[in-house]
Design a protein around this ligand. Structure first.
Ligand SMILES: [Zn+2]
Length: 392
């Protein structure tokens, strides 16, 4: 895949992307081989990597610093190493072999988001050659695609044994535009336990499906009220709530003893999702459980938040927004509906924005691709960042 600049040699970011795509880092698999490659590459440029494995050692976060750590702060370049599955998708090429065609690079993760990782790594020789006044940190995570799970232990260590950047750029695909807001998904599971009985003797039982329906009716009330919490930068311009799945009962002649369902909220910035949970729990305790307990003292309702990625909105006069706009040469920001690690980073302190190559429309699809020009724009961004961060 020769590039226009140098017909004899492939550009470094393309070499790197080819390698990164070749590692099958689907979220349910290990990312250790990819991290091994990245830490070896960084070591070849004299950069030490902090590896932060999970309990089994199969998943690893990587944190590395270029430039004067003692100066404090600096810029964090954040990206996730995992990709979504290709199972059930009809690909025209091998998803784990980078394939160039008509200015496009095909392969799983090219857009989401190994293209960005390749650009960050390709910029390392330039970062190293500069006399940096501020450090540049590389923050690569795992398990983003299953609810931003992997990055959390790394963020918890920022300011402990890891440096805290002043600014974080999350390189999710934005077409190199500056995204300063997104919604945040929260997901709950609810389990109702009643008491079984013969259907002909229904009053002796506690019907778990009926109780689940009462809880769901209350969720519908909440859903309607949420529409009043408008946030006009989003489409739809309010938080949504819906029940996504339900299972309960066994046969027509048995009062169902249990029912399980899950629901999710797509929160706009500022929405208190814990208040929604508190309200449903209060409803369960005051409106459902007393009658259930009269018949079956063992009856219960369990409401559990299973995943929450906080919504994100950059702070007013955010240093991250200002710098990102300067680096991309843009003058407007936008809001998106997909979630990223940005809200988690900003909650810990650093000003954060989302800015990376490629478009979300190509993410997670069969024949995922990124335009070569997007990667070149990202490399330009990295060079400008190096200019900004260096003393010269
Ligand atoms: Zn992503």
């Amino acid at each position: 895949m020769p590039t226009s600049n140098d017909p004899s040699r492939q550009a470094l970011h393309l070499d790197l992307l080819e390698r990164l795509v070749s590692f099958d880092t689907t979220s349910h698999k290990s990312n250790a081989h990819l991290i091994d490659f990245v830490s070896g590459y960084l070591a070849s440029h004299g950069i030490h990597s902090h590896l932060l494995p999970n309990q089994t050692g199969e998943k690893i976060n990587l944190c590395a610093t270029i430039g004067p750590l003692e100066a404090g702060g600096g810029i964090g370049l954040s990206g996730h190493t995992d990709v979504v599955p290709v199972t059930g998708q009809d690909w025209d090429t091998d998803p784990f072999k980078l394939t160039a065609r008509d200015g496009r690079l095909y392969g799983r993760g090219t857009t989401d988001m190994k293209g960005y990782l390749a650009c960050v790594l390709a910029a390392v020789p330039d970062f190293v050659s500069r006399n940096l006044a501020r450090p540049i940190h590389i923050l690569f995570s795992y398990d983003e695609e299953i609810g931003c799970v992997g990055v959390r232990p790394m963020i918890a260590r920022l300011g402990e044994d890891l440096p805290t950047p002043d600014i974080i750029f999350v390189g999710e695909p934005t077409g190199m535009g500056v995204v300063d807001a997104h919604k945040g998904p929260a997901r709950w599971e609810v389990t109702v336990n009643g008491r079984a009985a013969h259907s002909s003797m229904a009053p002796l039982g506690v019907n778990a499906v009926h109780i689940a329906c009462e809880l769901i009716a209350e969720l519908r009330n909440i859903e309607r009220e949420l529409k009043e919490q408008r946030h006009d930068r989003f489409d739809p311009p309010y938080p949504t709530l819906q029940v996504n799945s339900i299972k309960g009962g066994t046969a027509t002649n048995i009062v169902p003893v249990s029912c399980w369902f899950c629901f999710d909220v797509r929160a706009v910035p500022g929405l208190d999702v814990y208040a929604i949970e508190a309200r449903l729990k209060e409803f369960a305790e005051t409106r459902c459980l007393p009658a259930m307990h009269e018949i079956a003292p063992e009856a219960s309702i369990d409401i559990k938040l299973v995943n929450y990625v906080p919504p994100f909105e950059a702070r007013p006069q955010s240093a991250a927004t200002t710098l990102a706009m300067q680096l991309v040469g843009g003058n407007e920001t936008s809001a998106v509906s997909y979630a990223t690690e940005a809200g988690l980073f900003q909650t810990k302190g650093p000003d954060t924005v989302v800015c990376g190559p490629g478009y979300i429309e190509q993410a997670h699809t069969a024949n995922e691709w990124i335009a070569e020009s997007e990667l070149e724009n990202c490399m330009k961004f990295m060079r400008r960042l190096a200019d900004w961060a260096s003393r010269d």
